[in-house]
Write a protein that binds this ligand. Structure first.
Ligand SMILES: Cc1ncc(COP(=O)(O)O)c(C=O)c1O
Length: 368
């Protein structure tokens, strides 16, 4: 059996007519940039995320950048974040002129360890940027407490966590602002690039709306230098079709994860546990194994395709050499990157594919 790591083609087959109609609407209205499909999507995604405002953008990276700018991050400011994430999280801090300050993860969750944040706060610290990695909510309450004590902004990187809840609250509605990505591999995804900033603060939303469109405050009136970060009409139309299916897809992802967990019981690997007070979503299904690269090669030979998110923590990326970190600075993040293995995972997988992939993994790593 061949088990692909990911497959979007089956999803398109099930949506084809609706998607074609939605794209046709955009063409008939010639509303290729922003327009009604995008504004309706923004309203619908705000309602889904239980947040007052959603600003539709052209990527999750743009959403992070605008959130940092709207919250006042300026050149020289420090922003505390995790080294165990996609590079965009820390890149956006640099776009705003800020400096990423990394703090290690909690090895039980792979997310920022809140107990390590306070010692990293200096007089230059402006914000904390937790990531809800793989769809598992970061531990927000202690982060919000610290932020309040020290007068800091909190920006959620919710790019991998559409629909997750932390202690009953939707991610993306908890900090001062949040960023979502609709990159094609995400749980809610566009047919190209896409992203959104969510917030309950009308001022942040207004500023982000102006910044996404060249700083426009009125027709051809530019109050400030902005960007071209607008969402395209086609993406808004596709996202409206797909948002209606998100709960169903997230539920199927949860079922697949439960199948994996059951089939992998007793295998020589680690699967992080989830806080029962939260409703995580599954963006990826991740396990931690010793001799990861050999395990991966053995699975490949058995027809099971896997991926690594992420092979190298950000503090060891060449792009961040100037920050002055080195190996050993964040041992839990380093260890996670050495051992992480992402199994095949998408809602259209059959139970047989999941069981086959799990069985192959259990055979390769052995059972205790
Ligand atoms: C955690 C995280 N942050 C930020 C991003 C950036 O999003 P985008 O690719 O839409 O710019 C992504 C997705 O790729 C991500 O997974």
């Amino acid at each position: 059996m061949i088990v692909p790591y990911f497959d979007l083609k089956q999803q398109f087959a099930s949506l084809r007519e609706e998607i074609r109609e939605a794209l046709d609407r955009v063409c008939r209205n010639a509303s290729f940039i922003l327009g009604e499909e995008v504004s309706e999507f923004a309203k619908e995604f705000a309602a889904y995320s239980e947040v007052k405002h959603c600003v539709a953008l052209n990527s999750g990276t743009s959403a992070l950048h605008l959130a940092l700018l709207a919250l006042g991050v300026k050149p020289g400011d420090e922003v505390i974040t995790t080294p165990n994430t996609f590079i965009a999280t820390a890149e956006a801090i640099c776009y705003a002129g800020g400096k990423p300050v990394f703090v290690d993860i909690d090895p039980r969750t792979a997310n920022l360890d809140p107990t390590l944040i306070e010692p990293a706060i200096t007089e230059r610290t402006k914000a904390i940027l937790p990531v809800h990695l793989y769809g598992r909510p970061a531990d927000m309450d202690p982060i919000l407490d610290l932020a309040q004590q020290h007068g800091l902004a909190v920006i959620e990187d919710a790019c991998q966590a559409h629909g997750a809840r932390y202690r009953g609250r939707r991610v993306g509605s908890i900090g001062h602002a949040a960023a979502f990505s609709f990159y094609p591999s995400k749980n809610l995804s566009a047919y190209g690039e896409g992203g959104a900033l969510t917030t309950n603060d009308a001022g942040i939303a207004e500023l982000a709306r102006a910044l996404r469109s060249h700083g426009q405050s009125g027709p051809y009136i530019h109050a400030r230098i902005g960007y071209n970060y607008r969402m395209e009409g086609f993406q808004g139309a596709v996202l409206r079709v797909k948002l209606k299916r998100l709960e169903e897809w997230n539920a199927r992802r949860k079922e697949i994860a439960a199948l994996y967990r059951r089939a992998l019981q007793g295998a020589n690997l680690e699967i992080p546990s989830d806080d029962p007070r939260d409703e995580r979503v599954y963006h990826l299904f991740v396990v931690y194994v010793e001799r990861r690269d050999a395990v991966r090669a053995a699975l490949e030979a058995r027809g099971v395709h896997t991926a690594i998110h992420y092979p190298r923590p950000l503090h060891l990326q060449p792009a961040f050499t100037a920050l002055g970190y080195g190996r050993g600075n964040f041992p839990y993040a380093e260890r996670a990157c050495e051992r992480v293995l992402c199994m095949p995972f998408f809602p259209e997988m059959t139970d047989e594919q999941v069981c086959y992939a799990a069985e192959q993994l259990a055979e390769v790593v052995g059972r205790a």
